[in-house]
Structure formats: C-alpha cells, structure tokens
Write a protein that binds this ligand. Sequence first.
Ligand SMILES: C[S@@+](CC[C@H](N)C(=O)[O-])C[C@H]1O[C@@H](n2cnc3c(N)ncnc32)[C@H](O)[C@@H]1O
Length: 363
Amino acid sequence: MSTDVYKKHFKDGFDLDTSSLPSPLPFIGLSKQILPNAILYEMPGERALLRTSLDLLFKQFRLTQSLKDTGASWKVWRVHITGISDKDMMPMRRRLLRRVANIHPTLNNMLDKSPLTRRPLAPGEGLLQWHFIGPKLCYVSLTTPAIQRYFDRMLSGYPGGASKDFMERLRAHIAKRQGVEVDSLESSAEELFKQRLPSRSYLKLFELEMRYPDFFAHMTEGKTVADLGASPGGWTYFALEHGCRVTSVDKADEYDPLVINFPSEQRQAIQGDAMEYKPTQPFDWLMVDMKVPPMTTLALLKKWLESGWCRRFVVTLKFEGDFMVTMETERYIRDQIAPLTSYINAHSPDHGGKEINLFGLLK
Ligand SMILES: C[S@@+](CC[C@H](N)C(=O)[O-])C[C@H]1O[C@@H](n2cnc3c(N)ncnc32)[C@H](O)[C@@H]1O
C-alpha cells in the first residue's frame, strides 16, 4: 500500500494516538492475518507488555467514544494471542482479562470472552492482538472499528482467510461465459480448471480480482496487455474475457482452444524469450507468470517500470529455497520496485502454490 494513502488516512482518520509509544510500523501483514500499527515489543516481562497493551486499548477506546455517529465507536472487542502454544497462551490471556475487569468495567462488559472465536471481525468490533515471534519478542496491535474499515479490503471475510464463495462465483462465471447450466459443471476446482479453463493459473487472477476489485476494475475493454510466460493461456484468457487486446509471449507456442477461439484482432502470440521482449509501444498492463526465481521476475518488472512500458502490473513470485531468498526479495521490492510505483500490494492466493502475486501501478 502507498504510505501516502496510509498517512492521509490517519491524518484525517481520527482515532490513532500513539504519541507516547514506540513508533509503529505501517502494518505487519501475514498471509492470513493483519496486525495494523504493530509495535514490536521487547519484553522485560509480561507486566510491561500488559501495561503497554492496556494503555493503548484504554486510550483508543476513550478517543473513539467521543466520536459519535462516525462508525468509530465500539460495540464489542476481543483478544487474540498467537505465535505461542495454547498451553502458554491461556493463562496469559486470563491474566490480561482479569486486569481489564479490575480496571475498566465498561470495556469488560463489552468483551467477547470466548477464547476460540474464529469468526471474522464484524463492524463496530475491536481486536487486541499479541503476536509472539520469540520468547520475549511480541507485536502488539490494536484494530479499532475505524482501522478495521480501512483494512477491510485486505482482510478476508472468512475465518482462516479462505474465500468460501470462490467456487460458487467461479462456477457461476464459467457457466455464464460458456453458456451452460451451473449444475452441469464439475464441482471440484481441480476438475473445473482441467475441463473448462486453459490452466490452473487462471484461478489466481480470478481470486485476486475477487479480493481487489478496484484494482482489476481497470482491466477493461480495449486495454492492452502483455502476458509474459503466457502458455497455455490462463492469464491471457482472463484478460481476453475482460475485452483486452493481449500480446502473449512464451518460449512455447501452445495455447488452449479457449484462447485460440478469440478473434485474432484481440490477440497476438509471440514465440520467444520473454526476458528479451521489447514492446514497440507501452502497454496498459504487464502480466508475468513464469516459473523462474523471484529475483528474475523482479528484475524484469523493474526494467518494464523504468522503461515506462506498462502502467499496471501483476506478477507471480514463485518461492523455492530458504529464508534468504525471501529476505532478498523483500529488500529488492522495497528498495528497487516500490519507489517506481504509486501503489503496490501483494497477496498469496488460496489457489496459488508457494508463491505471492505482486501488483501495482507505475508512479
Ligand atoms: C506457469 S507457466 C504459465 C502459465 C500461464 N501464465 C497461464 O496462465 O496459463 C510458465 C510459462 O513460462 C514460460 N517461460 C519460462 N521462462 C520463459 C522465458 N524466459 N521466456 C518465455 N517464456 C518463458 C514457460 O514456457 C511456461 O509456458
């Protein structure tokens, strides 16, 4: 996310006061969990962690209560402690709740006390999170109702992050597109993409569009798309369905009949090395989905952004290897890619492999 957007929100967005605390990071995002404004807390002991958390909680609660009719006030709140075993977590949680009960009866009355609540946050709910990353190292994060609204797009509406209505929507889409009854379609994703789609990769874009509709709303009729590493054509098909004009580049020259059936004015296939491909005119979209190391894809993306060859992009980074690969990749995105963009985001789709999709907009 652009830090400007984030800063603006909190300038106008009224309910975050961390002036007395160590400076918060924009947010810590794990693939299925977000910790907004997380403060990394190196604990001298549990009491200090408790004090910081309750201070944050009470202060934010007081602040938001004064903002009537803004959707900022709380109805319910709860606590999540993650990163440690249930055995260690339960007594810690009890001590935290006991302190709240002793000090703040109003918040105590609003507390959802069921420890294993896995349902998603509802509007008007608050969430205090402790996420341990070491025996004495813990992120403290408070999601207030207003912060929750801001992060809504990124947060899954479903426990565990999986999108439950994905299959329903995919089947309805395919049925409509291919002019068949929904009930006549295969019911598993595996069978469905084998029988009805050019490739499994299609599912990644379908899911990303469900999760980030605003970003994909720019993939519209007449837009030009370069699809690098395109065969057998799942991503190309996705863009063609949106009415785009697609140039598909791949070493292979094999495309699914679903792709080939589109009129030739709408699509062009170039057989060759995608790393060497140089467009004669800028594209509206760059898509890259190649089985190459993440740094290779990122270097290619950087070249495209620096050359102004695309406006929007969505690329797949496939991770194989150790932690060093992840760190190197993260650093490269932060230092080399993000400065070239005005918006950047990443998601690891339920329907992808060991990979993330990076997408964004040229500066
Ligand atoms: C995972 S498949 C792509 C799937 C495709 N995006 C889809 O939606 O169906 C990876 C493709 O990248 C192609 N590829 C890998 N390296 C390439 C390169 N340097 N130049 C062109 N194509 C390449 C492979 O030939 C392969 O077809």
